[in-house]
Design a protein around this ligand. Sequence first.
Ligand code: NAP
Length: 246
Amino acid sequence: MLKGQVALVTGASRGIGRGIALDLAASGAKVAVNYQASAEAAQSVADEIVGAGGEAEALQADVSQLRQAAGLVEKVQEKWGRLDILVNNAGITRDGLLMRMQEEDWDEVLAVNLKGYFNCCKAAFRAMARARSGRIINITSVVGLRGNAGQVNYAAAKAGVIGLTKALAREAAGRNITVNAIAPGFIDTDMTRVLPGDIRQEMLKAIPLARPGYVADVARLAVFLAGPGAAYITGQVIAVDGGMSM
Ligand code: NAP
């Protein structure tokens, strides 16, 4: 379905990004597997793709740094000569109630989870505009739609991603580039495994489908949004949350 296409997935060494990278590759795309610190994990994602007969490369970059994001996109283009799909997924949490939240907790979360998306969109947009074709998929969160106590930094960043998605969708439409956001709910990854048991239980109670989401639940939608079936969908925020945000 995505044969001949080139995808860049940020934060693809683990969790949701890893799952999206593997599924895009299984659909035929060549995949750049970005990571910040987990070199071995990212390499094993790339090896898994190559082992299954695909093409992939693990590429280190801190997406919160504009220059590094630009360098990342350059490397993808040097290797494969194009960039068709950008999945902005790299994210961090630094949770705490507002009264106790440190300035650095705010700055770091905004830098990775919002500015990082701006940086990668900016770097990728030129290649897509030249090709008059492209797909940008931004991973936001139900927390960006509904808020969550203890996450003012994360909620602000994720709500910001929704604004970025809609504004860029309007800018990019004339060049045949679609921009959409996926808002996962409570997905079983490293990010949620560190939560205390009582908070996990509380979150599970708020899910009508009564189970945590799996990486595959999110990855499937990302592949659809990257594919031909989603050509007429842009500027949308689609929740994958077992009904949590309805
Ligand atoms: P995760 O398992 O903690 O993985 C985070 C990924 O982001 C890792 O690959 C990490 O790379 C990468 N990363 C972090 N900072 C980076 C930076 N500055 N530059 C480049 N890469 C960086 O997280 P996840 O649960 O899969 O979450 C993925 C995305 O989904 C995030 O945007 C998150 O906010 C969103 N989300 C998650 C949930 C959930 O329930 N899990 C729900 C809603 C939304 P290293 O391995 O190198 O550190």
